[in-house]
Design a protein around this ligand. Sequence first.
Ligand code: URA
Length: 195
Amino acid sequence: MGEMDGLTVTECTKCPDLVACRSQIVNGVGPADADILFVGEGPGAQEDEQGEPFVGRSGTVLSDTLRDVGLEREIVRITNCVRCRPPDNRNPRKEELANCREYLEKEIDRVDPELIVTLGKVPSEHLLGRSVAVTSEAGSLVDKAIAGKPRRILISVHPAATLYDRSQTDTFVETLTKAAEFTTDTGGQKRLGDF
Ligand code: URA
């Protein structure tokens, strides 16, 4: 295992099935001090090829929606529950999620975000530690301790859900609007404190 700076994993062979299929480890992107951390499930084919989370079709939906709600992709941090592509785009297995958990927790610690947005069922359940009905719970803010520190989590549908079911688009936009408002509020408080 090679891990530097709390953010970047340079080598890891904990998950044999993933190691056999991956092109590379896909680390998170975005500022190390971002206010918002988006957490997806795991890299897909495009992400595995380019070495960056959310650069395929889901990534286009995410970037476009971020822009629409006034949050540029460049100012948020984006990562995944697992950093290596599961073969055939299957969901990451329990043990794979567990193997990668320490990297995610270190990233959360290092970034220390005001808000974590979980994109879809897998990251929502992984971080909340319970089953989550994302479609009905999307937009909910939940406080949860992660690695011993209280964190605020906003549950979201996965951006890919909007591609299969157009009715999910409104839910996704509303949730990201809430994320944008949340940080605007925080920024307002910070500015007041500056005076
Ligand atoms: N879906 C995810 O959950 N993560 C990615 O990085 C890309 C697609």
